[in-house]
Design a protein around this ligand. Structure first.
Ligand SMILES: [Zn+2]
Ligand SMILES: [Zn+2]
Length: 143
């Protein structure tokens, strides 16, 4: 399935995910500027780039993770779209956390029974966003 960043500097074909993992930790909310990180676990060798490469992305070594393991956050240096988080220490058959929002059809990677949810450090605003209060105002497109 095709995927890209907002400015299309990076474009690639994503393989079928091994599983879907959603993380609401402080680090994922801050780096994405949102309620968390929605990831598809993929084998990096199976990601086929038509534009750019992981090595050409901007990156940040993030050690403030829920697991305690350093992950390298890769993003487009032009538009800022988060694209991959990759565990720093791993060998053959390395895996990466592909950001599901980069997919042209992210609904296809919706979490199923094999999904994993990390919410132990979810900030209060995330908990509220996941449980919208009754009667909240819903904005229509163009309003
Ligand atoms: Zn971009
Ligand atoms: Zn996280």
């Amino acid at each position: 399935m095709s995927a890209r960043c907002n400015c299309s500097k990076f474009q690639f074909e994503a393989p079928k995910p091994q599983m879907v993992a959603v993380c609401h930790c402080k680090s994922c909310t801050r780096s994405g500027g949102s309620i968390g990180s929605f990831n598809a676990v993929v084998t990096l060798d199976d990601v086929k780039f038509s534009k750019g490469s992981i090595a050409e992305m901007s990156s940040y070594n993030d050690s403030d993770t829920d697991s305690g393991n350093t992950i390298v956050r890769h993003f487009c240096g032009t538009c800022g779209s988060a694209l991959f988080s990759i565990p720093e220490k791993q060998g053959e058959g390395a895996i990466g956390y592909l950001k599901v929002a980069a997919l042209e059809d992210p609904d296809a990677y919706a979490p199923g029974a094999n999904a994993v949810l990390f919410e132990s450090r979810a900030p209060g605003f995330v908990r509220k966003a996941l449980n919208w209060p009754e009667g909240v105002q819903v904005m229509a497109r163009g309003s």
